[in-house]
Design a protein around this ligand. Structure first.
Ligand SMILES: *Cc1c(COP(=O)(O)O)cnc(C)c1O
Length: 397
């Protein structure tokens, strides 16, 4: 029996230049982003400039987490208590959580067979709910048809916030994920595409939205010390009516992130090589369905999802258990019981008037998910996927 014995939670080391830069910051004692010498740009300032450049957008704010960025995005967009916000039912808990944190009410939209948001359900709920905001989670790196998404946003006048926690480095028809909507949010938490333990980014092309986001993030009246930011006139009124929701990035984290942004594209290629190795082996099984991804999508294969459409709930549990016994860690999104990082929409019971979403439950009932850490070699990926294929075949009967 084949067994795999590396940890699915093991990340790569922080690049050496990042470690050296972090030591430099610690030696200086100036860890706070606004603790700069005259005319000096802090590591956090430079990180914002570099990530704005990477995304090709004018404004970027680095902050304490991806979930914080999502919350501040809601606030900066002008969401008021009780407002409705369209959002994927298939996503992770910080997404509806950030909507709730702004006092708004999530309107959950179904998932489609390709694991993207269901565009027909989106259109129907955009029409029926009266929502003016849409938080689109590019969940597990799957980009929905962005042309149609934008057409729906235009038609219903939706303010679009993209949750790019799993699509940092991805694009649709060559246009970067996070540059379609009004605001985009990214995470630098350990299990995402860059790793500072905790951290996040908010980007936008709207000056006023960025001015508010900067004030919310805890800039006090030091907003002029932001460089990937609008001119100081933009803050003239905003500085009086925007509360401080303290959630800044610090120079230590920024120092370890900067070299990771510089090598992000190369890392994405390494993920994709691993992804294609796994995908090719899984496709050899007639039982396993890996949905074909659209030509227009350039994704980052930092995780893989596949379905076992003919399997019952007990077979799904059996696959997860037996794979686990052989060192292969799979997550089942269909479990009624929330576990680890994974929770099905109906476990977010704080959402008022929670709809029943039978289509979503049906898709999630046979959906499995696996992380692909870069510490795995391509040979590891062959072994892992062979184990999955073998286990699926054992559980088949
Ligand atoms: C991780 C994650 C977030 C939130 O990021 P944190 O930095 O952990 O707050 C938001 N959305 C999705 C889909 C995520 O996976």
């Amino acid at each position: 029996m084949k067994v795999f014995n590396k940890a699915f939670t093991q990340q790569e080391a922080i690049p050496e230049e990042g470690i050296l830069a972090a030591i430099e910051v610690m030696r200086s004692g100036r860890l706070h982003r606004y603790n700069t010498l005259p005319d000096e740009k802090s590591e956090t300032d430079l990180l914002e400039i570099e990530f704005a450049e990477y995304q090709g957008v004018p404004y970027c704010l680095a902050c304490s987490s991806g979930g914080y960025a999502l919350h501040v995005a809601m606030r900066a967009a002008g969401v008021q208590a009780g407002d409705k916000v369209l959002c994927n039912a298939f996503t992770l808990a910080p997404v509806p959580g950030s909507i709730h944190n702004s006092g708004a009410v999530p309107v959950l939209v179904d998932v489609a067979d390709d694991y993207c948001i269901d565009l027909d359900d989106l259109e129907a709920k955009a029409a029926s709910s009266g929502a003016q905001y849409f938080m689109l989670s590019h969940m597990r790196g799957h980009l929905a048809d962005m042309d149609r998404i934008m057409a729906i946003c235009d038609q219903y006048g939706l303010f679009l916030i993209e949750d790019c926690a799993h699509t940092m480095g991805a694009s649709w028809k060559g246009k970067k994920s996070g540059t379609f909507g009004d605001v985009a949010c990214f995470s630098a938490q350990t299990y995402k595409h860059v790793n500072s333990g905790e951290g996040g980014f908010l980007t936008t092309r709207h000056g006023e939205v960025m001015a508010r986001a900067i004030m919310y993030s805890g800039s006090y009246m030091l907003y002029e010390r932001h460089f990937a930011a609008p001119a100081k006139e933009t803050f003239q009124q905003i500085r009086f009516d925007t509360p401080n929701y303290s959630g800044r990035m610090d120079n230590l984290r920024a120092a370890i992130l900067r070299p990771q942004i510089a090598r992000l594209d190369a890392q994405c290629e390494r993920w994709n090589r691993r992804y294609s190795v796994i995908e090719a082996v899984l496709r050899q099984s007639a039982t396993i369905v890996v949905p074909k991804r659209p030509e227009a999508e350039t994704f980052v294969g930092s995780s893989i999802q596949f379905s076992l459409p003919s399997f019952s709930a007990s077979q799904m549990l059996d696959v997860v258990k037996r794979c686990g016994e052989r060192g292969v860690v799979l997550k089942w999104f269909g479990d009624a019981e929330p576990k680890d990082y994974t929770s099905r929409y109906d476990s977010w019971r704080y959402i008022e008037d929670m709809p029943k979403l039978p289509n979503t439950e049906q898709v999630l009932a046979t959906l499995l998910d696996m992380r692909i850490p870069l510490t795995f070699s391509e040979e590891d990926c062959v072994l892992i996927s062979e184990i999955i294929v073998a286990v699926v075949s054992e559980c088949e009967s």
